[in-house]
Design a protein around this ligand. Structure first.
Ligand SMILES: C[S@@+](CC[C@H](N)C(=O)[O-])C[C@H]1O[C@@H](n2cnc3c(N)ncnc32)[C@H](O)[C@@H]1O
Length: 243
């Protein structure tokens, strides 16, 4: 933008060299968010690098649905965000639910470090605890009022067909196994066990996975299972409550 708004200002060699280097990285398919090291989600600034998925606008639907499951938004509650990546969902919910205590789990230590940095940057470090480990391992036996997840949900065979930009994002953040549904198999039943009565599970999924995800919610015994569309009018979020 500065190149255009100050177009009569000559650039120095150092500025040109830095700009050319960024252009080259962009031509190589690197997302702009990785070049800037920063991305906005739910109106909050987040650090990002190639160890985390760039948070998508679709995922803001998870925040909208999750906050609406709490009738009293200022009441204390225990929240778990599985597969937190940059911490986007945990941080958005910390803003919306000011008395929530949030645990965020993440398998990648590099991503977990980014999530911690983002919690701190936005002033939520005291209410968000990031734990490293495989899905439920870091929270065995703990109970929650709300569980959110945007797990990897791309079918393995589809990954080579994705755009160059998306393939620059961590494979660990994308690969949802043979049918893309492996994480929902691991999330729904266990969430039912670790939520208290009245608690809610809210998950993001692929536009073509709504029926399969609903079946898993119902098999696990969730009530009022509901599908919500994102702003692009795609079936994107499924949620239900523990009777
Ligand atoms: C689709 S990304 C979502 C990141 C973030 N929640 C968001 O919405 O932007 C999925 C995340 O799950 C993490 N992940 C993959 N396998 C995992 C596992 N077995 N346990 C915990 N986290 C895992 C990945 O490292 C990645 O950060």
């Amino acid at each position: 933008m500065q190149l255009y708004t100050g177009f009569d200002k000559p650039l120095g060699e150092a500025e040109l060299a830095a700009y050319r280097a960024l252009i080259k990285r962009r031509l190589g398919g690197e997302p702009v968010a990785y070049l800037l090291g920063e991305h906005e989600f739910w109106g909050l600034p987040l650090y990002v690098d190639s160890s985390v998925l760039v948070p998508r606008p679709d995922t803001e639907t998870v925040i909208e649905v999750a906050r609406a499951t709490r009738a009293d938004r200022v009441a204390p509650c225990r929240v778990l965000d599985l597969c937190t990546g940059s911490g986007a969902i945990a941080i958005g919910l910390a803003k919306e639910l000011p008395a929530a205590r949030i645990i965020a789990t993440e398998l990648s230590p590099e991503a977990a470090a980014i999530a911690r940095r983002n919690a701190e940057r936005n002033g939520f470090a005291e209410r968000i605890e990031v734990r490293i480990g495989d899905l439920w391992d870091p929270v065995a036996g703990e109970r929650f009022d709300l569980i959110t997840a945007n797990p990897p949900y791309i079918a393995s065979a589809v990954i080579p067909t994705l755009s160059a930009e998306v393939r620059r994002e961590p494979m660990l953040a994308l690969d949802g196994g043979r049918d893309g549904l492996a994480f929902y198999d691991r999330i729904c039943g266990r969430a039912r066990e670790q939520l208290d009565a009245g608690g809610a599970l809210v998950v993001e999924h692929g536009f073509d996975q709504a029926d399969a995800v609903r079946a898993r919610f119902e098999a696990a015994g969730f009530a009022g299972v509901t599908l919500v569309y994102d702003l692009g009018k795609n079936p994107r979020v499924t949620w239900g409550t523990v009777p």
